[in-house]
Design a binder for this molecule. Structure first.
Ligand code: F6R
Length: 616
């Protein structure tokens, strides 16, 4: 939440900042602003409520003077509504210094009282302005931005990425982070800061990850990273594995449309280099067998869509490792008193690798002595850095706020992990491994088939359902989390009521919601390998049909049993039971996107949301 970019170098910093902000807009889009130190040594600033385009239009109508040092911000409001005044940057020290911030400064009220008592005044309702004014006071005392910045960050509580620059020290941008993301982009005679590498990947793919409670100072000549006391620290360089075009819309109508079309690739890339002759080898886990040897329990923690991926993964983890698995929402896990220790493996799943709830849960698990493994899609992110081991998903950058391709990549990575752990622990037979690998290898082509055969049909059908007010989703076994994911995606981007249920739960309450015309998606398991479940789901379909529901069945090709009872049948290719979710979710993603588009909504930037939830 909130996108941050900083630049020092020979280019026109406004252009660099605006293109960086465009790539970070998924992190927040209720206001945006930039500040630039121009050639005459003046600090210019412009900020506007609304999407980045509002700021762009404003700057086009009345440009700021060019400069080569700057910071920019795109906001998801926490303290204070989305107004011009609350947008970042915030200025202080007679408008000579500018600050931008991502996170929440928890002790801002005390600091504000302290500053007010000193005679300082404020122009916004934000916690960020308090940090800016505090920095102004410190700068007046020391006359040095880095010294002043160190003094300020030590006084802040909560989560923050903070960037600052001062008119009297052009060519310098300072940044600090605690529980909030910040990465450095290394250029030739220029350097960059960003909430993630998307901010600067069009200029450089050489990046440096910085750790918790560290400060970075960038100038055109170099980068210096220290702890909050000024002692130098080690940094971790990495090369961004994707290029700028991967984070561009290309010819697609939306990032979400592009990302759904990339679901086959997301699975294929996550498998790449990890399957060898019917067995799974995960190079990142080489030498880490001990991590899995002494465990008697696995807890998967995540939020939202990532948690649903975890729920799917539970079936595979238990089947292939024979270790009991619980899946918990990260924010719930942390605030109870879980019984965990060195015999527990806590597997976190996060596309962004920055979700605060998940990060805090990982730290909490480590404090309690548990082993931690992160499944993550973002290089240089915080959660993998805080974990004992990492398995990356290779879905490529996901820009649309609603997660799609990352979901299938997360399930794929969980399956790889399950096969790896099953082998290490001797719980997995060679035959089961060979069969699972064969199924996994076939998934990308099967998703392509769903897209080719069903996309146009589903989009047409979604248009036709454009005025639907409520949709229910039912599934059993691995189909249950898919029902939850279908419902989440729909409410998230089309703003209509949607609920996912375990089909067996229907008669325990939810069937009361079914009235004539109610649309119900049903994920139907295969009659070949899940005959008993299939029969039960077909009975569930009959029960809701008898009450007037309009049934949309997601069923495997050739399953004729659903035909008499379903108003629509969306077909998926034949697959093993555990592999069906990777196919069944695709029609649901397409449907959510189709319905939101039919309603004229922005599928990439749904209201009230932002990607990468870096506040609790
Ligand atoms: C839903 C969605 C969210 C995220 C959740 C976790 O479409 O995108 O529910 O899945 O906020 O985000 P990450 O995976 O970045 O931790």
């Amino acid at each position: 939440m909130c996108g941050i970019v900083g630049y020092v170098g020979p280019r026109d910093s406004q252009a660099v900042l605006l293109s960086g902000l465009a790539r970070l807009e998924y992190r927040g889009y209720d206001s945006a602003g930039i500040a630039v130190i121009d050639g005459a040594g003046e600090l210019g600033m412009r900020k506007r409520a609304g999407k980045l385009q509002v700021l762009r239009d404003d700057l086009a109508a009345s440009p700021l003077a060019d400069g080569t040092t700057g910071i920019g911000h795109t906001r998801w409001a926490t303290h204070g509504g989305p107004t011009d005044a609350n947008a970042h940057p915030h200025l202080a020290d007679d408008d000579k210094l500018a600050v931008i911030h991502n996170g929440i400064i928890e002790n801002f009220a005390e600091l504000k009282d302290e500053l007010a008592a000193d005679g300082f005044t404020f122009r916004s309702e934000t916690d960020t302005e308090v940090a800016a004014v505090l920095l102004g006071r410190e700068y007046a005392a020391s006359g040095d931005l880095i010294t002043a910045f160190r003094a300020v960050v030590k006084r802040l509580e909560g989560a923050f990425t903070l960037l600052a620059m001062h008119r009297d020290q052009p060519g310098l941008v300072v940044g600090a982070r605690r529980n909030s993301p910040l990465v450095i982009g290394l250029g030739e005679g220029e350097n960059f800061l960003g909430s993630d590498v998307a901010a600067f990947v069009e200029h450089t793919r050489n990046a440096l990850a910085i750790g918790q409670d560290e400060i970075v100072a960038i100038t055109p000549a170099g980068v210096e990273v220290t702890d909050f006391d000024g002692a130098p620290v080690e940094t971790s360089p990495f090369e961004v594995v994707w290029d700028a075009s991967a984070a561009e819309k290309g010819g697609w109508s939306s990032f979400m449309a592009k990302e759904v079309s990339e679901e086959p690739e997301a699975v294929a890339n996550t498998l790449r280099g990890r399957l060898h002759e019917g067995a799974v080898t995960i190079p990142e886990l080489d030498g880490l067998d001990d991590l899995f040897a002494g465990i008697n329990r696995i807890i998967v923690i995540a939020c939202g869509t990532a948690a649903y991926a975890g729920m799917v993964g539970k079936y595979a983890l238990e089947q292939w490792t024979r270790v009991p698995v619980d899946v918990e929402l990260a924010h719930e896990f942390r605030y109870r008193d879980p019984v965990i220790g060195p015999d527990t493996l806590v597997v976190s799943i996060s596309q962004s690798g920055e979700t605060m709830d998940t990060l805090m849960a990982v730290k909490f698990a480590r404090e309690r002595g548990a082993k931690t493994l992160s499944i993550c899609n973002t290089q240089g992110a915080t959660i993998p850095r805080e974990s004992d081991a990492i398995v990356y998903t290779h879905a490529g950058p996901e820009v649309a706020v609603a997660s799609t391709k990352a979901f299938v990549a997360q399930i794929t990575a969980l399956y790889l992990l399950a096969l790896h752990v099953g082998r290490v622990r001797g719980a997995l037979s060679d035959a089961a491994s060979v069969e699972a690998v064969r199924e996994l290898e076939a998934v990308p082509a099967k998703i392509v088939r769903v897209l080719e055969k069903e996309q146009a049909h589903i989009e047409q059908f979604a248009r036709w359902m454009g005025d639907t007010q409520s949709v229910l989703f039912l599934g059993r076994h691995v189909g249950y989390p898919i029902a939850l994911e279908g419902a989440l995606k729909l409410k998230e981007i089309s703003y209509i009521h949607a609920e996912g249920f375990a089909a067996g739960e229907l008669k325990h309450g939810p069937i009361a919601l079914v009235e004539p015309g109610q649309a119900v998606f049903v994920i139907v398991p295969s009659p070949r390998h899940s005959a008993e479940l299939h029969k039960k789901v077909v009975s569930n379909i009959q029960e809701i049909r008898a009450r007037g529901a309009r049934v949309i069945a997601v069923a495997e090709e050739g399953d004729a049993a659903v035909l008499p009872f379903a108003d629509e049948v969306l077909r998926i290719p034949l697959a093993g039971a555990l592999f069906e979710p990777l196919l069944a979710v695709v029609p649901l993603h397409i449907f959510a996107m189709g319905l939101a588009t039919a309603k004229g909504l922005d599928v990439d930037q749904p209201r009230n949301l932002a990607k990468s939830v870096t506040v609790e």
